[in-house]
Design a protein around this ligand. Sequence first.
Ligand SMILES: *[C@@H]1O[C@H](CO)[C@@H](O)[C@H](O)[C@H]1NC(C)=O
Ligand SMILES: *[C@@H]1O[C@H](CO)[C@@H](O)[C@H](O)[C@H]1NC(C)=O
Ligand SMILES: *[C@@H]1O[C@H](CO)[C@@H](O)[C@H](O)[C@H]1NC(C)=O
Ligand SMILES: *[C@@H]1O[C@H](CO)[C@@H](O)[C@H](O)[C@H]1NC(C)=O
Ligand SMILES: *[C@@H]1O[C@H](CO)[C@@H](O)[C@H](O)[C@H]1NC(C)=O
Ligand SMILES: *[C@@H]1O[C@H](CO)[C@@H](O)[C@H](O)[C@H]1NC(C)=O
Ligand SMILES: *[C@@H]1O[C@H](CO)[C@@H](O)[C@H](O)[C@H]1NC(C)=O
Length: 826
Amino acid sequence: MPPHLYTHLALALILLISSPPCASAATTDTLAAGAGQALAAGDKLVSRNGKFALGFYKPALPAGSKLVGNVTSPGWYLAVWFNMIPVCTPVWVANRARPITDAEMKLAKLKLSQDGGGNSSLAVVVSNGTGSIVVWSAQADAATTTMNSTTTAVLLDSGNLVLRAPPNVSLWQSFDHPTDLAIPGMKFGWNKRTGVERRGTSKKNLIDPGPGAYSVQLNSRGIILSRDDPYMEYWTWSSVNLAYKMIPLLNSLLQMNAETRGFLTPYYVNNDEEEYFMYQSSNESSSSFVSVDMSGQLKLSIWSPSAQSWKEVYAQPPDACTPFATCGPFGVCNGNADPFCDCLESFSRRSPQDWELKDRSGGCVRNTPLDCPSGDRRSTDMFHAIARVALPANQQRQDNAATQSDCQEACLRNCSCNAYAYKDSTCFVWHSELLNVKLRDSIESLSEDTLFLRLAAKDMPVSSANSSRGKPAAVAAAAAAAAGVVGFGLLMLFLIRRNKSKCCGVPLHHSQSSSGIAAFRYTDLSHATKNFSEKLGSGGFGSVFKGVLSNSSTPVAVKRLDGLHQGEKQFRAEVSSLGLIQHINLVKLIGFCYEGDKRLLVYEHMVNGSLDAHLFHSNGAILDWRTRHQIAMGVARGLSYLHESCRECIIHCDIKPENILLDASFAPKIADFGMAAFVGRDFSRVLTTFRGTKGYLAPEWLSGVAITPKVDVYSFGMVLLEIVSGRRNLSEAQTSNNYHFDYFPVQAIGKLHEGDVQNLLDPRLHGDFNLEEAERVCKVACWCIQENEIDRPSMGEVLRVLEGLQDVDMAPMPRLLAAIAQRSHV
Ligand SMILES: *[C@@H]1O[C@H](CO)[C@@H](O)[C@H](O)[C@H]1NC(C)=O
Ligand SMILES: *[C@@H]1O[C@H](CO)[C@@H](O)[C@H](O)[C@H]1NC(C)=O
Ligand SMILES: *[C@@H]1O[C@H](CO)[C@@H](O)[C@H](O)[C@H]1NC(C)=O
Ligand SMILES: *[C@@H]1O[C@H](CO)[C@@H](O)[C@H](O)[C@H]1NC(C)=O
Ligand SMILES: *[C@@H]1O[C@H](CO)[C@@H](O)[C@H](O)[C@H]1NC(C)=O
Ligand SMILES: *[C@@H]1O[C@H](CO)[C@@H](O)[C@H](O)[C@H]1NC(C)=O
Ligand SMILES: *[C@@H]1O[C@H](CO)[C@@H](O)[C@H](O)[C@H]1NC(C)=O
């Protein structure tokens, strides 16, 4: 033990608690058992490299905070922090749930203490001579080993506080008990032998490191981000994805970023003993951490010496509104706004101070209580319509309300009712706090849910006050038109092809074996595409260019995304879906470029272009039946893989002939994952953004219920019919002629019921097809386009039918289609 320790202890006693948090004289890296060996307020252990310190600190308000007066931290904490950084940043907190009060701090010490039996522990003890309280203690992790007088506590260069017994046995380490963040070298995961799962939990607020609402853990199911109370898992990555895709992807992302390039390396280890995620830094003088922050996102932060502040360089999930209920009860989240959290109309922050400290769990409260009359008097409350909104969690169906005004009345009659929504002839009410309300993205939004928020009459915003009482609001009429009974407004939404044709028809060609995806520099891609000279296609999101990679002579298709916001979303969707999976029937993403405002994606180039060109605009050879059947099965295989084989289900959301590419041998590959969505296996996550293309859209997109893979099944059914007929289900000419649909799916089901399959097939086949196969394809297509998603088969079942391994009955005529058929006969 270094002799100067005693001097420092003496000095520390004099300084006592007068020193500011996170700053004091440096001493040693080791604390041993025995007399005089203790750490009091103002003392610290410093790792040999000087980078980390262990001691007591009291969190202070960040510099420049608007909060003044008596907003103070709950107390003192034993913590390890970055010692060479002027912004106090703890990386580990011992007693996070049990702060030490100012009075206690005068008597508190960290020491290795022995009990009568010779056992010892590292503990924070408040002792006044007559009695003592153990505020926190570290127990040896292995039950068989105990600490004794030879045990020491060492703060290693990595920032890990380790309890050691000679010669070199680790009994306990702080890295095994994470607080809210991980630093390089710390294993984050679980031990398969002991079952111990490490869990990071966010801080409560900026000055209270106590456990907050959001947690991250890695267990047998993968990485899980969840929120407590109510418990909700809102983000998961399966282990399979971690190993083969997440790490290469993260590597590429870290390479792309100038702040992390070349020195941060992620690792993922999965063996018989343990499974963990870790990252290493090869630059000793850099400082970084990955934390689960108070808003529920995982963030990688790097210290910027020039700015003298932490910089967030990466966040997952990227959308700040994904973490469940991040704005708290009666809050509303808007990912495009800054700040992204606000209160609902006529609500105010329950505690402005907590919000300022980044703790929004208290959410918002009504400005005026609701009017809850007893007896027969009708409540005077009104409803404020909030359009384009993702409805809150925990809705209740109100069964006995047939119309919107019934629904409104039902809500008004019960004083615990806070809001209602009426869609698809169904009434939904909310009796508890409104959680997870999100404003929808206006750019992609087509179907728009409207939430009717109950407010006291005097709180009604002026603009909607005169129209919202007693009768359904004028605003509601629009919603009713979209969500109401079978009306033409609704039908048109399905049937009209969207004007916005995205960059489709990307001809790509497959090559190259797989091993992660590459990050390209903009200049390389500019060179590869001869300065973006050979355009293959274009659309609302950008253009696609042909190119050749110079080092491998690989022909590629380069998609350049335009439009800052939408381009970014597309980019992230594609990279996080296609970047992580591989299948013979999914187009391969070779790499990307992420530089400044440049967002480019590099795919394998497919020589035969997209399916729509061959089906609808062919002036050369037409696809024969065998090829069409192979294409149908290939697409079914690709989709079935997306839905069922990945641990995390991916819904493509935009299946149409334009997004099915054909390689040299006409094998199909599904492309354009710009709208793809990850959903948990239980489909509890409701998509927040409307996606897809009219003509291929499943009806549930309009009903606001949770979207499942059955939306892809619906679109695939529509594509099957187009493959069979060689024509668009709904042509451009028909679109303009609103009231006389010659709608192919209607004819198809009709003809199928009459047993007349021949007449459904593309006349250009000249009768050269396999009747049995054709009938199977038509039958299964008709099941796929059933209105009720429960009636639709899964992609796995569809595939078995197409392969002839499973029989299928005749499908009934969907109600909606029947209505169109009737109208078209008028
Ligand atoms: C300090 O806070 C307490 C309660 O949090 C409050 O009652 C008191 O008025 C505050 N004092 C000042 C000076 O702001
Ligand atoms: C020492 O600690 C171990 C494990 O905590 C316990 O089983 C044992 O009884 C303790 N011994 C004494 C003498 O207290
Ligand atoms: C000393 O601490 C003990 C335990 O916390 C407490 O019961 C006792 O009242 C304290 N004595 C004095 C003199 O503060
Ligand atoms: C202290 O414990 C270690 C192992 O935990 C053991 O190897 C050592 O012999 C013990 N020393 C004494 C003095 O009990
Ligand atoms: C102590 O053990 C650790 C791992 O078990 C090892 O990395 C380290 O080099 C050892 N130290 C000494 C001084 O033997
Ligand atoms: C290491 O990190 C420090 C601090 O971030 C930086 O100034 C320095 O340039 C880095 N060194 C290398 C070789 O990247
Ligand atoms: C109001 O609704 C809640 C929740 O559905 C129910 O428990 C309660 O009984 C209702 N109150 C009245 C007066 O109907």
